[in-house]
Design a protein around this ligand. Structure first.
Ligand code: ADP
Length: 395
């Protein structure tokens, strides 16, 4: 009976040893065992395959000679300390391969204790993390390079933006001066032509008088073009400061101060409440007078211009509506009329710049502009502005 039990135990032990051997030969890690004093007494074959050492060279403390000189002191010191105090060991170091290059390893070892809590052995594993380390290092280098390139790019963009801004300022200044200076000789031409027409009123043949009238009309048209271009560049150049504005007061001010709006044949009415908006007052005045000017201009002959101004508001926005009884605008032209020099109905005088000014000014006030219209049924232009908060007092 006793004999049978011993045979079974021995078989179990052999089986367990066989399993351990297969396991140690299968795992890619280097497994090792040390005595309680830290001297190595077992290494799996992959240590010898990696380093090219023989067991008699490696066991004991011989394996330490394979450590990278920069890692030697720290790793050895840490191992001795763990063995002394009986705490688990964990570190990273470089081991020299049989080809004399170094690989990074993570090495961990734990003490094995007997029933009296005394350390009888150490058991550990070293994992080759060289590819991971190299990939991480490449990643860090890549990231640093990317950061460096980003910084260079930002610097480059800043420089280019500053140069561009300077060039734009100069161009702006240049075109403003030209436009401004063009008006003086034009006025002289207009004045002299008028003087000529007056002085020679009796002696001019009808054809010559007609030609002088055409000169004056062309000069006036050119002056209007220059004036509108000047207004456009003013909207581009000037500082816009957004303040609470009482739109009704501004609208009434325009209607009262421009003669064309207070003519007896023009009807302009205001409907409902007009909450304060956040806008630049000069920019808003320019928008309103352009929209009102168009509303009374593009009206069929014989029709009395009628403009109804109202406001729709939400908590954050106010939409001002300018409804007219004019000739209307075909659907396909309703977007392009906000571009420069766009005119639809050439029977009416104009430069095609007024609505471009409105759109540019609107953009600068975080506002939008648009139109709903049907030919012969009138148009409704709208200007959508940020609403001024309740506690802000209109300027
Ligand atoms: P301008 O009035 O000098 O021609 P705008 O830029 O103000 O230039 O307007 C562009 C074009 O849009 C006008 O020529 C006209 O055809 C059309 N338009 C603008 N406002 C109205 C309106 N209220 N009713 C009908 N057509 C309009």
């Amino acid at each position: 009976m006793e004999n049978t039990r011993e045979i079974a135990a021995e078989r179990a032990l052999r089986e367990s040893e066989r399993r351990f051997r297969v396991m140690t030969e299968t795992v890619p890690d280097i497994l090792f065992a040390c005595r309680s004093d830290g001297e190595c007494d077992f290494m799996t074959p992959n240590f010898y395959a990696f380093t090219g050492m023989r067991p008699e060279e490696a066991l004991g403390r011989g394996w330490l000679s394979m450590l990278h000189p920069d890692d030697f002191e720290a790793s050895r010191g840490h191992w001795c300390e763990c063995v002394r105090i009986g705490e688990p060991f964990s570190t990273e170091f470089r081991l020299r391969s049989r080809n004399h290059d170094y690989h990074w390893f993570i090495c961990r070892a734990s003490p094995i204790r007997n029933e009296h809590n005394s350390i009888t052995q150490w058991f550990g594993a070293c994992t080759d993390v060289n590819d991971l380390k190299n990939a991480n290092a490449a990643l860090t280098t890549g990231e640093n390079k990317l950061k460096e390139l980003n910084a260079q790019l930002e610097h480059h963009v800043e420089e280019r933006t500053a140069t561009l801004r300077r060039t734009l300022d100069e161009l702006d200044h240049f075109s403003y001066s030209i436009t401004h200076d063009l008006r003086a000789p034009l006025r002289a031409m207009q004045g002299f032509a008028k003087m000529l027409a007056d002085d020679c009123a009796d002696c001019l043949r009808p054809r010559s008088a007609d030609l002088i009238r055409k000169i004056i009309a062309s000069a006036e048209r050119m002056d209007k073009l220059i004036q509108d271009t000047l207004n456009y560049s003013k909207v581009l150049r000037s500082e816009f400061s957004l303040q609470p504005v009482d739109t009704l007061a501004v609208l009434r001010g325009i209607v009262e101060s421009y003669p064309q709006f207070s003519l007896s044949g023009v009807r302009i009415s205001f409907d409902g409440d007009f909450p304060p908006v956040l806008a630049d007052e000069a920019g808003l005045t320019q928008c309103f007078s352009n929209l009102l000017g168009n509303a009374i201009k593009f009206v069929a002959p014989g029709t009395t211009p009628e403009v109804k101004i109202s406001a729709q508001s939400t908590d954050s926005r106010v939409r001002l509506l300018f409804q007219d009884n004019g000739v209307g605008i075909p659907k396909e032209a309703q977007e392009r009329i906000f571009g420069m020099f766009q005119r639809v109905d050439k029977r009416y005088e104009g430069t095609g710049i007024g609505l471009a000014i409105v759109r540019k000014a609107a953009e600068r006030m975080h506002a939008q502009v648009g139109v709903d219209s049907e030919p012969e049924k009138g148009s409704r232009f709208w200007l959508d502005l940020p609403r001024a908060s309740h506690d802000s007092t209109p300027a």
